[in-house]
Design a binder for this molecule. Structure first.
Ligand code: GLY
Length: 309
């Protein structure tokens, strides 16, 4: 089902995006917030034109999947075997529908396949070769090693396997949450997962409640960082549950700090409440982010709170 709105709503729309919690390498410290800003601007344009939160999230995530700066789509990191296996998911508050894919090889635009799962099946999550077959049958998805391979990913793989760099646990997933003029919310994420992951390993990104959540009374959220930590704390649902009476930002900060302290893993969250409150937090050195409310200029940065000039 595609949700179609007939009347112009009256809620001030909001978009929030992230480009991943972790340590951003020095050569990408300008490109990461700039890429997040571009993604938020695209999502904001959709919302201001009267588009749905679902379409705004898709626009923002597609932009970051195409940007080699990020570990998603083109730019995804490699498994231990030098392959690409991507995860992605989308969820909307209006009917609690969600769609996700896991462990799909050489896929550039996982968020579009996740949307197809949500809108064209009665399931939430399709995995592996069967998810690829589903995508091909529905004429969606750009497949091929050339669609996802980048010099950056090859260099990281070569350095990590040669022992030149630590087998770091960077998991710079991309994500977005949006509130549209009708007061509906959506969240989404897309990722290549963690560098040198075992073939078949699936992270939090396609796990409803862990990597993302969207609920009409609670809000929408998306997580980033090391999936194993995020899943055990069910972070995306948990932050909204804790903030059901307000103080979304404070709860996002407290949950990220708690998980990072307990697991030593980099984690981050972006959220929006039904009344438009924003939450952005991370327990990591960096997390590129961007947000916009109404037609205000997009704010963006590499850490939260934003570094003082
Ligand atoms: N958060 C992305 C992953 O762990 O796969």
């Amino acid at each position: 089902m595609t949700v179609v709105h007939s009347a112009v709503g009256s809620v001030e729309p909001v978009i929030v995006v992230h480009g991943g919690a972790g340590t951003v390498s020095p050569e990408l410290r300008e490109a990461a917030p700039a890429g997040a800003k571009k993604a938020a601007e695209l999502g904001q344009r959709v919302l201001l034109d009267g588009g749905s939160c679902e379409d705004a999230v898709i626009a923002a995530i597609r932009s970051m999947e195409d940007d080699p700066t990020f570990n998603a789509g083109r730019g995804s990191c490699m498994t231990r075997d030098g392959e690409f296996e991507v995860d992605a998911a989308l969820m909307r508050s209006i009917d609690l529908r969600a769609g996700a894919i896991a462990g799909v090889k050489n896929l550039r635009d996982g968020i579009l396949v996740a949307q197809k799962v949500m809108n064209e099946t009665r399931h939430c999550l399709l995995a592996g070769d069967a998810a690829e077959a589903f995508a091909r049958a529905h004429g969606v998805g750009s497949f091929g090693r050339d669609e996802v391979w980048t010099e950056k990913a090859q260099r990281r793989f070569d350095d990590a396997t040669a022992g030149k760099t630590a087998r770091d646990n960077r998991a710079d997933t991309v994500g977005a949450v949006a509130l549209d003029r009708h007061g509906h919310m959506a969240s989404g994420g897309s990722t290549g997962g963690v560098l040198l992951k075992l073939p078949g390993r699936v992270g939090d990104t396609p796990m409803i409640g862990s990597g993302l959540y969207a609920h009409p009374q609670l809000g929408a959220s998306a997580a980033t960082g090391v999936g194993e930590a995020i899943m055990t704390y069910v972070m995306s649902y948990e932050v909204l549950r804790r903030a059901r009476d307000g103080e979304l930002q404070a709860h996002a900060e407290a949950l990220c700090a708690e998980v990072q302290r307990a697991t030593r893993a980099a984690v981050g969250l972006i959220c929006v409440s039904p009344d438009g409150e924003i939450g952005i937090a991370h327990g990591s050195q960096h997390m590129s982010w961007a947000h916009a409310r109404g037609d205000s200029p997009v704010a963006f940065g590499l850490t939260w709170p934003p570094a003082a000039d």
